[in-house]
Design a protein around this ligand. Structure first.
Ligand SMILES: Nc1nc2c(ncn2[C@@H]2O[C@H](COP(=O)(O)OP(=O)(O)OP(=O)(O)O)[C@@H](O)[C@H]2O)c(=O)[nH]1
Ligand SMILES: [Mg+2]
Length: 439
């Protein structure tokens, strides 16, 4: 997420932090670099203009204040302004009614149906009863897709084969009310463009379902197109928020940075993977810190808490303490890490880790898969007792996994080192993340 823009900001801040004095010349130079970085990130030009004007004016104001570290002050100005641009604080969903209705709308393929499932899972955590409503009656497989999504999160899905989304929504809400459902999430059909037909349909669905939230789902990868469509949509039907999906991709950040200022509508969530857990509450402070390369340990811990299975972790901890941790356990541990998303994404959230360092570390997610393949090629005895893996066994394992013998050697060497380390750490409370390195 945001790797390119983060790298640029890290370079800018390296110079700014060292400034002993804020002068007209270095204000000008810094804002020139910030402007270029934002433009390259596909941020809306008007947003860039007002951002630059704001930081220049505030930096001018600090010229006269005697500060111990003027450079740091300048960094703070940029951070504060970015937080303000992103909307200042998280915006919660409105749940006043019973049932509360969330209407999801957006263009084709942006991730509405996936997001409906993610939202259901997210809201279920707070003990809400949820109903998903399949109001996309046009795409042949749409109802099936939502049904599957609902099953995966164990949430009821209201479907009907009639081709009338308005009636479907009306009936769904009547049923939800009868069954005392807390939250109804309506998945609507996507269109190629924001056109009158789409608007009309969403308007009618909104009229009949009185949603507490109308959320525009937009593809974060599509940059200013996402911003434009959200703006057009909001002009026709007032939105209560946006959700930017696919933020895990190679994202320049332009949509996330511009959309709130351009539309006046807050971003409420971001989609950060294809998985059903891949939804994050949008927090301007956290995102600003990620964009600027300050890391985001809070999100990392939250993410770990969400996806890492406590029972498994406890079992592994016990094994470590009794020195019984073997390669099978190691494989389970790798699978847990893999659930958290891409390795570079995880490492990127750690404060103080420079994005260039991440690139250099060559954090290839394939390495985890390869390691699993190597472990899979071992037999039970070998996994329980790696000491018996001699030269010919190594050759067999390498062949079986399709990896060079060198990789098998490295894995075994690192596993032995890790076991030694575990032996030394007698009082481990929680398993952290050993073995991030390259095997
Ligand atoms: N990487 C990534 N992929 C996502 C995310 N959200 C959705 N997708 C993928 O985007 C594709 C389209 O998702 P859908 O949920 O079917 O999109 P939709 O808006 O319902 O599509 P239509 O109903 O056809 O308009 C799927 O392959 C999803 O897995 C995300 O946050 N990250
Ligand atoms: Mg859909």
């Amino acid at each position: 997420m945001f790797s390119h823009i983060t790298e640029k900001f890290e370079d800018i801040f390296r110079n700014v932090r060292g400034l002993g004095k804020i002068t007209d010349a270095n204000i000008k130079e810094t804002s020139r670099q910030v402007r270029k970085t934002l433009i390259d990130a596909d941020v809306n030009f008007k947003v860039v203009k007002s951002f630059i004007a704001e930081i220049e004016q505030k930096a001018q104001g600090t010229k006269i204040i005697k500060s111990v570290k003027p450079g740091q002050q300048f960094v703070k100005i940029i951070r504060d302004e970015l937080i303000s641009l992103l909307g200042e604080k998280s915006n919660e969903l409105d749940f006043k009614n019973c049932p509360s209705v969330i209407l999801l709308a957006g263009l084709q393929g942006v991730g509405k149906t996936t997001t409906a499932g993610k939202l259901a899972k997210f809201l279920k955590k707070a003990d809400n009863s949820i109903m998903l409503v399949a109001a996309d009656v046009y795409r042949p497989a749409a109802i099936k897709q939502l049904t599957k999504v609902g099953k995966s999160v164990n949430v009821k899905v209201f479907t009907d084969s009639i081709k009338d989304p308005i009636k479907i929504c009306k009936d769904a809400i009547i049923k939800a009310r009868k069954n005392k459902i807390d939250i109804v999430i309506i998945d609507t059909a996507g269109r190629l463009h924001v056109d009158e037909k789409m608007m009309q349909e969403v308007r009618e669905i909104a009229n009949c379902s009185s949603p507490n939230e109308i959320l525009f789902v937009a593809d974060g990868m599509s940059g200013q197109d996402a911003v434009k469509s959200a703006k057009l949509f909001h002009e026709a039907i007032p939105l209560t928020g946006t959700i930017l999906t696919k933020m895990d991709g190679d994202n320049r950040g332009g949509a996330a940075i511009s959309i709130t200022r351009v539309t006046g509508v807050p971003i409420k969530f971001i989609g950060i993977s294809e998985n059903i857990d891949g939804l994050e509450v949008f927090d301007p402070k956290k995102i600003a810190d990620r964009i600027l390369g300050f890391g985001d340990i809070v999100s990392l811990v939250e993410k770990a808490q969400n996806v890492i299975d406590k029972d498994i972790t406890n079992k592994l901890n016990k094994k470590i303490k009794s020195n019984k941790f073997d390669l099978d356990d190691f494989k389970i541990q790798l699978q847990q890490i893999r659930k958290m998303g891409s390795l570079s994404g995880i490492i990127g959230m750690m404060p103080g880790i420079n994005s260039k360092v991440i690139k250099k570390m060559n954090m290839d997610d394939k390495q985890i898969i390869w390691t699993e393949a190597i472990i899979n090629s071992m037999n039970n005895r070998e996994r329980k007792n790696p000491n018996i893996i001699d030269g010919s066994r190594r050759l067999r394992i390498a062949k079986g996994s399709g990896r060079p013998v060198q990789d098998v050697n490295t894995l075994l060497k690192q596993f032995i080192q890790m076991k030694k380390m575990m032996k030394k750490m007698k009082n481990i409370k929680n398993l952290n993340f050993p073995m991030f390195g390259k095997y």
